[in-house]
Design a protein around this ligand. Structure first.
Ligand SMILES: Cc1ncc(COP(=O)(O)O)c(C=O)c1O
Length: 410
């Protein structure tokens, strides 16, 4: 029998269990371990299901304010201007580019995979010149390579993908930012697969635009685009009379973000209330504890995966804490293996680009704890056996459990 989400979700978080009647049985018994969307805690689902109210109702405006404030604190900025608008991570990337960079200007894109490359595609769509600095998949661009590019010329902005969800590569963001300090290039950081799971220090590192999404390490449902703009980035927008955008123009949104009771375009009321709840949980846990939990769960998963005889795709010096990209054993067919996992109630993602069919991606971020690690690895052991790979029962779970705290009673 598949374990219930109620007993698996957020085992390591000090949050109350919720009445299981709130769940559709199909969703209830499926553990979503893809790199986003991630499992949404019942407290957040409860917030999402509150009645849809007017976008100017005082209670909603207060939730919106709280989400803005907590998002700003999550990004560790005092003066950065947060933006929360209905959309997705890709819209947040677009907002960053169209407002910070003018058509015809040149940017440097540091790419560690599919999502890094997406900045190049966005640049092309808006007539922005782009130099792509790509790492071999599974490796990271060294700070020395960035220095070489910066020595050779200047750019309007440099884009960094904190964690590329296609390769599991975590960029050395702080080291890149050190190189960019005092230069005219704006630093645009894509935190979609990192924010709330790995540290991001907007003010201290000198980031100009941090963009992210709610559906990964923040653990909220998808539906909003999140950005923070530095004063310097906002100024780049202000000096231009127009940008090739209407909905994505930050100057049109600014009055709403400064006073969430104002209207520009209808906010996604329910998703913002859910986001506010998710961000409250982030801060109740505390950022140091949350980052430590993500690091611990990543270590535990990897110990389990390796004990099951699997190899990680991503080089050891740049592995993200939020997901693992794992090579499939020879002769194991990707679709069949993922079907075996799904039959055991655990959904994982396939590989992208050059590793499609050869690897799978396991998300381990947001509202998950020891219970999800055990459930996912139990399913994985069985799915490997069903795929013809001999794995001793319990070997992966035991290796992971050795690195995790004892679950507390729920
Ligand atoms: C690192 C990264 N950036 C951007 C995106 C795009 O986000 P969305 O799918 O919400 O548009 C993703 C999506 O997975 C991502 O992982």
């Amino acid at each position: 029998m598949r374990p219930k989400l109620r007993t698996r979700c957020c085992a390591s978080l000090q949050v109350p269990a919720v009445d299981p009647v709130h769940f559709d049985p199909v969703i209830d018994e499926t553990l979503t371990m893809i790199p986003g969307p991630t499992p949404v805690h019942p407290r957040i689902l409860e917030a999402l299901s509150q009645p849809t109210v007017s976008h100017v109702a005082p209670a909603f405006v207060e939730q919106f304010r709280s989400a803005l404030r907590d998002f700003q604190a999550l990004c560790k900025t005092r003066s950065g201007q947060p933006f929360i608008v209905a959309g997705a991570g890709t819209l947040a990337m677009e907002i960053a580019l169209v407002n910070a960079v003018a058509p015809g200007e040149r940017i440097l894109v540091i790419s560690h995979g599919y999502f890094g490359d997406r900045f190049g595609e966005l640049a092309a769509a808006f007539g922005i010149q782009c130099d792509l600095l790509r790492a071999e998949w599974g490796h990271a661009v060294s700070p020395a390579e960035v220095t070489q590019r910066l020595d050779a010329g200047s750019y309007a902005a440099v884009t960094i993908t904190h964690v590329d969800t296609s390769t599991g590569t975590a960029a050395p963001v702080e080291a890149y930012c050190d190189l960019l300090r005092g230069r005219k290039e704006l630093v645009i950081l894509d935190g979609v697969c990192a924010t709330a799971g790995m540290d991001e220090r907007f003010d201290e590192w000198g980031i100009d635009v941090l963009l992210t999404g709610p559906q990964k390490a923040i653990g909220a449902p998808p539906g909003v685009a999140l950005c923070v703009f530095s004063e310097r980035a906002l100024e780049r927008r202000r000096v231009r009379s127009t940008v090739p955008a209407y909905y994505a123009d930050v100057l049109r949104w600014l009055p709403v973000m400064q006073d969430p009771g104002r209207y520009y375009s209808t906010p996604c009321v329910n998703e913002i209330v859910a986001l506010a709840a998710a961000l409250r949980m982030v801060h109740e846990e505390g950022l140091p504890a949350r980052f430590a939990r993500h690091a611990q769960i990543a270590r535990a998963f990897r110990a389990g995966l390796e004990a099951a005889g699997l190899k990680l795709f991503t080089a050891p010096d740049c592995r993200a804490d939020t997901l693992s990209v794992v090579m499939l054993p020879a002769n194991v067919v990707d679709a069949g293996f993922r079907k075996e996992m799904a039959a055991r109630g655990v959904v994982i993602a396939g590989g992208l680009g050059p590793i499609a069919g050869k690897a799978f991606r396991l998300g381990h971020m947001g509202n998950i704890g020891a219970g999800e690690v055990a459930a996912a690895l139990t399913a994985l052991e069985a799915a490997l056996r069903a795929s013809g790979i001999p794995v001793e029962k319990g070997v992966a779970v035991a290796a992971a459990a050795a690195l995790l705290p004892e679950p507390y009673p729920v």
